[in-house]
Design a protein around this ligand. Structure first.
Ligand SMILES: NC(=O)c1ccc[n+]([C@@H]2O[C@H](COP(=O)([O-])OP(=O)(O)OC[C@H]3O[C@@H](n4cnc5c(N)ncnc54)[C@H](O)[C@@H]3O)[C@@H](O)[C@H]2O)c1
Length: 439
């Protein structure tokens, strides 16, 4: 069992401190608000939350949870400190880090007086990069010690929902933390080890980004459901019924399938149907902020890919894939068709390898090339052999992921500029020659 100090006895800090104490850890809660300290030490919760009064009373009575305003003693008497103070928005929308850095300053001063190992773990929600760029410098400056060597650092975001916070703590949907050193990883694995949830131990800034992505995703879902509800109501349809039915589909609608960063959506359905729903909304005088943004953002992703190819500085570009996804020759509203057309328009010589479109032409399929309304001379641009396409190209653009082509394309990425819209290799991120669209 660990000795843990929890800085900030608000909604997150109280629940976290009480649950850790319930799990058998020795917990010291620290706050600048003496009223909260008095409440905890009297066995009372300073927040309203299902089950928290009983839990605080129980763990304080058992001597597992105490509260203090003595920062230094709290650090000296524990192995790990959790920072759970508020991070309110600044007027410009940026995150307010002053409470977090103020706690880091106090913890750092105490660390200067401590010989044994101590880890500092931020639980407050802070934007990616903040632990490394704001917290660690303050901790190092005030302690005179080196992070990762003489003290540990981690970022362990909290995902509890107020009103079900204790239940969420014991049945989490997600556990992720970032760590600088093995000592911190071991403590966080031990603390979370018995919970019925996989543990994702990652880089600190990845954990920071997961927290923001989770909250923003929830906000997007609420806004999407509201927009659908508004459009449905204006057409005399019950939007709640629509959303309930949609949410029953965990194969397509609610699956992770469309949640992979990469290139624009396209094909014969998605762009057409988003436009049509937007039109329907407009025809009933209903606002459609999100639908408009979806179409705009999709266009912007095509423009982004175009800029990446142009930045490679090559005049001959070989496309790997031109249909809207691998496994089909369907060219209708393929974003790769739009991208190729934009590049051709700028004087770039585009050749194309696409085994499915090629097959349609080679076998005389009646619909071969159908749906292409933008690329001139499509058939004459096709190159049947991938090696020949690569050899004849200044830049290779990977638009579709064909399993049989991956090894050859990975090799090509060492030889010439490659713009990758699919992710050939999970270990590869953009460098001077290889450019991944979102990695
Ligand atoms: N409330 C939630 O549901 C929730 C869920 C997940 C994450 N978070 C994040 O967790 C963090 C804390 O949120 P909260 O709702 O618990 O905040 P809160 O405002 O309820 O509590 C923050 C506490 O920190 C204390 N504090 C401020 N400065 C301090 C200092 N220098 N030293 C010690 N204590 C100090 C305050 O007195 C207060 O008790 C925020 O970053 C928030 O975004 C909140």
């Amino acid at each position: 069992m660990a000795k843990i100090s929890v800085f900030g006895i608000g909604y997150v800090g109280v629940v976290s401190a009480a649950c850790l104490a319930q799990d058998g850890h020795d917990v010291i809660a620290v706050d600048v608000d003496t009223g909260k300290i008095t409440a905890i030490n009297a066995g009372q919760s300073p927040i309203v939350e299902e089950g928290i009064d009983e839990l605080v009373n129980q763990v304080v009575t058992a001597g597992k949870l105490t509260a203090t305003s003595d920062f230094e003693q709290a650090v000296l008497d524990t192995d790990v400190s959790f920072i759970c103070v508020g991070t309110p928005s600044a007027p410009d929308g940026s995150v307010g880090l002053s409470y977090v850095t103020s706690v880091c300053e106090n913890i750092g001063k105490a660390l200067a007086k401590k010989d044994s190992y101590h880890s500092v773990v931020v639980r407050s929600t802070i934007v990616p990069g903040s632990t490394e760029e704001a917290c660690i410098p303050v901790l190092e400056q005030t302690s005179g010690k080196t992070a990762g060597k003489e003290f540990g650092v981690g970022y362990f975001p909290e995902f509890l929902r107020e009103s079900t916070a204790i239940a969420d703590n014991y049945a989490p949907g997600l556990i992720v933390f970032g760590y600088l050193d093995d000592g911190t990883r071991e403590i966080l694995e031990e603390i979370n080890g018995k919970l019925p949830c996989d543990i994702h131990a990652v880089e600190i800034k990845t954990a920071e980004m997961v927290k923001y992505t989770s909250n923003t995703w929830r906000a997007v879902k609420v806004t999407f459901a509201n927009e659908i509800g508004n459009i449905a109501k204006a057409s005399g349809i019950d939007g709640q019924t629509v959303m309930e039915i949609l949410c029953s589909d965990d194969k397509i609608a609610m699956s992770p399938y469309f949640m992979r960063p990469g290139f624009a959506f396209g094909g014969s359905c998605l762009p057409k149907d988003v436009r049509a729903l937007k039109y329907l909304a407009g025809s009933t005088g209903t606002k459609h902020h999100l639908l408009s943004a979806v179409l705009e953002a999709n266009e912007a992703q095509i423009a982004k890919a175009e800029q990446m190819v142009i930045a490679s500085g090559q005049k001959k570009v070989g496309f790997v894939g031109i249909s809207f996804k691998p496994g089909t020759d369907d060219l209708r509203e393929s974003p790769l068709i739009s991208l190729a057309a934009r590049l051709i328009d700028k004087g770039i010589d585009v050749s194309i390898y696409d085994p499915f479109v090629q097959e349609a032409y080679d076998t005389g399929t009646p619909g071969a090339g159908r749906g292409n309304e933008e690329v001139p001379d499509l058939e004459s641009r096709l190159v049947a052999d991938l090696d020949a396409l690569i050899e004849g190209s200044g830049t290779v653009l990977v638009g579709n992921h064909y399993a049989g082509a991956v090894e050859r394309l990975k090799k090509a990425a060492n030889e010439r500029p490659v713009v990758d819209l699919t992710r050939l290799n999970r270990d590869k991120v953009s460098d001077s020659q290889y450019q991944g669209i979102c990695w």
